[in-house]
Design a protein around this ligand. Sequence first.
Ligand SMILES: [Fe+2]
Ligand SMILES: [Fe+2]
Length: 214
Amino acid sequence: MSSRHLSAFDRALIQFDQALHTLVPGTARAQRANPAKSELEADLDAKERHHTAGLMRINHTGEICAQALYQGQALTAKLGKVRAAMSQAAQEEVDHLAWCEQQLKALDSRPSVLNPLFYGASLALGAAAGLLGDKISLGFVAATEEQVCRHLREHLDQLPIQDQANRAVLTQMLDDEEKHGTVALEAGGTRFPRWIKRAMKQASKAMTATTYRI
Ligand SMILES: [Fe+2]
Ligand SMILES: [Fe+2]
């Protein structure tokens, strides 16, 4: 069905369904195999396991935010020719979400209880950026991906050396996120000034500090 035939109620139902698929564990379906599957599970002591679970919980919440950002953007931005590229990126984010969830489970851990809160905030931000026009909306995607890449590099440095499974997941994610940022800029996204990026960095610190623990 073409989107212009959808009523506001239809759109609200679709959005609700997307929110459930993002937030309810076990409902995100990856299209690509989890890169961790080809690696042997590492022998981690209690401290390493706890730290790795904290890092993977941050990454999982980051992917919830990415879902919400792309969903918010799809609601309000025009996007035109780049809509297909953006939905390809959004599908790759579903893979990331499913992989992070699987990795948390393998660590006997769980996603953050704060995820609905971060989902709502990111959906609103994505939709607001979309209302400001495609250049801003795509610029916001690029700036967000830049931030995500920084986190992923830090986490790759912090993972226990023997943990090849989580390393494989984060490495593939880093590869994808770099590509998403480039696609958004090449599609006409504005390069955000440093002060906005600094503000985004501060906001992301609130997310990482809380979701590492809860
Ligand atoms: Fe992602
Ligand atoms: Fe991404």
